[in-house]
Design a protein around this ligand. Structure first.
Ligand SMILES: [Cu+2]
Length: 172
């Protein structure tokens, strides 16, 4: 076997291993909140100028349990910057969050936080959600400009998807 063929075989083996390590059915297929426009939705719409997140707003995936808008992904680090120029969408004391999925992962639950405090939790029942759905979240304990951190906890992987949405509560 020539060394060239050997190295090709090694690359093929490494590629096969990488795919084995990925959760089933991933690639770049997941989901995010499209409205009110989340930080990654604003990147995708060109409302603000962003790095690679503009091409894949659905891909903010990280280990469960983080409280970070980027899900710990350094390549999406602008999502963690509260002073990046995000639009804060006026909402009432209840806001409707519209999710847009590109893969309907079986879901443990969705969680909504403000300032690290759990505001609402929606049970996913461990089943696949529809590709588009909405949650009405009671924000009446808060007012003014706030950042809502949503976590979508996948039922059958160790991971979650992270979405931050800037809102102006009570302004609508
Ligand atoms: Cu996915």
């Amino acid at each position: 076997m020539s060394s060239r063929i050997r190295s090709t075989a090694a690359v093929a083996a490494a590629t096969a291993l990488a795919f084995t390590l990925m959760p089933a059915g991933t690639a770049s297929a997941h989901g995010y909140i499209s409205n009110p426009p989340s930080r990654q939705a604003q990147c995708a719409a060109g409302t603000v100028s962003c790095g690679p997140i503009q091409w894949e707003p659905q891909s903010v995936e990280g280990p469960k349990g983080l409280m970070s808008c980027s899900g710990g992904n350094q390549i999406f680090s602008e999502l963690d910057d509260d002073n990046y120029g995000w639009d804060a969408t006026p909402v009432g004391t209840t806001a409707t969050f519209d999710w847009n999925l590109t893969a309907a992962h079986a879901t443990a639950e969705w969680e909504y936080f403000i300032d690290g405090q759990l505001v609402d939790s929606v049970d996913g029942g461990g089943v696949q959600p529809p590709f588009n759905f909405s949650h009405d979240v009671d924000l009446s304990g808060y007012s003014g400009e706030q950042t809502v951190l949503a976590r979508w906890n996948v039922a059958d992987t160790p991971n979650a998807f992270y979405v931050c949405v800037d809102v102006n509560i009570g302004a609508l």
